[in-house]
Ligand binder design. Structure first.
Ligand code: ZN
Ligand code: ZN
Length: 424
């Protein structure tokens, strides 16, 4: 039986030869981004690549999801997940392979589309890892499930795949592994032990007033003013009701009311995004939002209470301790001790936890740097990385090809090997 380190070395040996393919695939995916549940082209590329190296392929799982299955003897089942969707963002990266004229359908409208979250990196790297694992079957044993998920940004893709019988088609995994490219130095990875990403909730509130002429507010009841007072007051929840050691984020991302300057509308609608890391903070923030909405409405003498509609998008993501240690040991062996960094939880959210929960399997989720090291370190040392390095969802989000893609293929491959059984 060979050591895990020796196996990783052998499995990764063809990477230099594979890298031009991975880069070409990445550039092609970047040029052709697709919105959630519209990833037909991307899914086709993933399915074709898996089929070409011997995977049993299931397509159209939960809409556009693709799952490749590679059975290779006795051993654990490992699920490797990449999300595929782009965002309704107009690209401004200046890259030669930018998606300058890509569009997609959102709410019945044509909108610009960009891979502004780097899911194209995840797809290209998982295809690379799937190919390497398929080529070197004598060095590991078990089953690889390569899963390409739609609509992560909508928070519904993982659940759609589960609802469509994902685990009736492929075996339940013993471990779920996923990675995300982020504004860190390329060649490096980062992780957060335990709860690593926030739960996300959306709240939509309709304030009711009484419409009328803009010149005679005394004869109306102005819901715009009520909504404005609410928007101010609601930010006091985090600063006044949540302990300093706890974390929550509350953002009003949309206010909609009225059509004309001289008409007081009947209603005003406010939409909020809430991020939290514990059930108690989540419950308190959501209850306080509702309390303040009603109180502001009462204070304004509104004709009726506001309508409050709540939808839950993402659960918290939680890294399993034992799996984290196991994969990190392998990553440190391969990348070097100084390349694997522990960081705190981030307020972004993910739906990969649904896959792990449904399988009853532990999750390990890590970040892969995508920025040129010198540029990143300069900004980091100056304390300006938040402003100088375009983060995920920015129209200027532009990971460097090298060593980002090679690192992403390496990390996914090494993580998978650390969970599979040793080869002969
Ligand atoms: Zn995103
Ligand atoms: Zn993302």
């Amino acid at each position: 039986m060979e050591s895990a380190l020796a196996a990783a070395e052998k499995v990764l040996a063809p990477l230099p030869e594979l890298s031009p393919d991975v880069e070409e695939m990445y550039k092609d995916l970047h040029r052709h981004p697709e919105l959630g549940f519209q990833e037909f082209r991307t899914a086709g590329i993933a399915a074709e690549s898996l089929r070409a190296c011997g995977y049993e392929v299931h397509e159209g799982v939960g809409g556009t999801g693709v799952v490749g299955l590679l059975r290779n003897g006795e051993g654990p089942v490992v699920l490797l997940r990449a999300d595929m969707d782009g965002l309704p963002v107009a690209e401004d990266s200046g890259l030669e392979y930018a998606a300058t004229d890509a569009t997609g359908l959102r709410d019945g409208r044509q909108v610009p589309v960009m891979h502004a979250c780097g899911h194209d990196v995840h797809v290209a790297c998982l295809v690379g890892a799937a190919r390497l694992l398929a080529r070197a079957r004598e060095h590991w044993s078990g089953t690889v499930v390569a899963l390409f998920q739609p609509a992560e940004e909508l928070g519904t893709g993982a659940r759609a795949m589960l609802a469509d019988g994902l685990f009736d088609r492929v075996p339940r995994p013993d471990a779920v592994l996923a990675q995300h490219v982020s504004p860190l130095a390329a060649g490096h990875t980062a992780y957060c032990p335990g709860v690593c990403m926030a739960a996300s909730d959306e709240v939509r509130i309709t304030f009711h007033g009484v419409g009328g002429h803009g010149s005679r507010p005394e004869a109306a009841n102005d819901p715009v003013l009520t909504a404005a007072a609410f928007v101010q007051r609601v930010q006091m929840i985090v600063s006044r009701e949540i302990a300093t050691g706890e974390r929550a984020v509350l953002t009003v991302g949309s206010i909609t009311a009225g059509e004309a300057a001289n008409v007081i509308p009947d209603t005003a609608e406010v939409a909020l995004s809430v991020r939290s890391f514990t059930p108690s903070v989540r419950t308190r923030v959501l209850a306080s939002i509702e309390r303040i909405a009603r109180a502001e409405s009462d204070a304004a003498g509104a004709p009726r209470h506001p309508d409050v509609r709540h939808s839950s998008g993402f659960p918290v993501s939680r890294n399993d301790d034992a799996l984290t240690d196991r994969v990190n040991a392998a990553l440190r062996d391969r990348l070097g001790e100084d390349k694997v960094h522990e960081i705190g939880p981030i307020t972004g959210s993910e739906d990969v936890q649904h896959l792990a929960d449904a399988a009853g399997a532990p999750l390990y989720y890590w970040w892969v740097g995508g920025w040129e090291s010198e540029e990143f370190l300069r900004a980091y040392r100056a304390g300006t990385a938040d402003r100088d390095i375009p983060a995920n969802h920015s129209p200027r989000f532009a990971p460097v090809l090298r060593p980002t893609l090679g690192t992403g293929v390496t990390t996914m491959t090494v993580a998978a090997l650390s969970c599979l059984a040793a080869g002969g």
